[in-house]
Design a protein. Structure first.
Length: 228
């Protein structure tokens, strides 16, 4: 992992990225060298669309859309691999001398690269996986927290979010939270479930809320009512 490239993505990239665009670019930075070339992978399959989808917990279709957006924005160079083969990616960092240079999978695992960058160590690979996983989780939880219509017990909500997104992915949970937040029949704030309860109950799969029943105006009492 290039700390330099990751830091640039986080702090210095002139594009105001958010959501899936930022998550995918960080995932690519996780396997990039200091010139932005994505080469530090554990296996060739790690840069297929399916592998990127698993790593970022977004759908294959979303990965394709994000890659197109990042390329159009001039943030990456992308060489699509043949079906089932790894893609070639380069993050176009401003200081790179050779932007968009292609790198074959064999080059990515060459002894020379391993000696230069020392990225074959298992403990370092574990560090890289944990670093990006934590970064993605924090970003996605912030997205959930901003969307969900009640903000209580944030620590419990984070634990629940981490657990359910591991099993179900980010997209499906976040889509459900958006639908719930935008439901026209949302109850008064004090009756909205705590976010942790909503997550632990799998309520992102719920149907829309039923229409709220308006009790209508209450008839007042007059003197004749007391005489009955």
């Amino acid at each position: 992992m290039s700390v330099k490239v990751s830091s640039w993505v986080w702090h210095d990239c002139e594009h105001q990225l958010a959501g899936n665009d930022l998550v995918l670019l960080l995932a690519l930075a996780d396997v990039a060298d200091d010139s932005g070339r994505c080469r530090f992978v554990e296996a060739e399959k790690d840069l297929t669309y399916a592998a990127l989808a698993r790593k970022t917990r977004i759908s294959d279709r979303t990965v394709l859309s994000v890659v197109k957006r990042l390329k159009s924005a001039g943030l990456i160079d992308h060489d699509p691999g043949a079906k089932g083969r790894p893609n070639g990616f380069t993050i176009l960092v401003p200081w790179a001398k050779r932007k968009g240079e292609e790198l074959s999978p064999k080059e990515a695992h060459s002894p020379k690269d391993a000696a230069l960058f020392g990225e074959t160590d298992d403990s370092h690979s574990s560090y890289r996986r944990n670093y990006v996983s934590t970064s993605v989780l924090d970003l996605k939880f912030k997205e959930f927290w901003d969307v969900y219509p009640r903000h209580v017990a944030k620590a419990k909500a984070f634990q629940a979010f981490e657990k359910v997104t591991k099993a179900n992915g980010y997209d499906v949970v976040l889509d459900g939270a958006r639908r719930f937040a935008q439901d026209p029949n949302l109850p008064d704030p004090q009756f909205i479930p705590h976010p942790a309860s909503w997550l632990n109950s799998g309520r992102w799969e719920d149907d829309p809320l039923p229409p709220r029943v308006d009790p209508g105006p209450q008839r007042g009492y007059d003197d004749s009512d007391w005489l009955r």
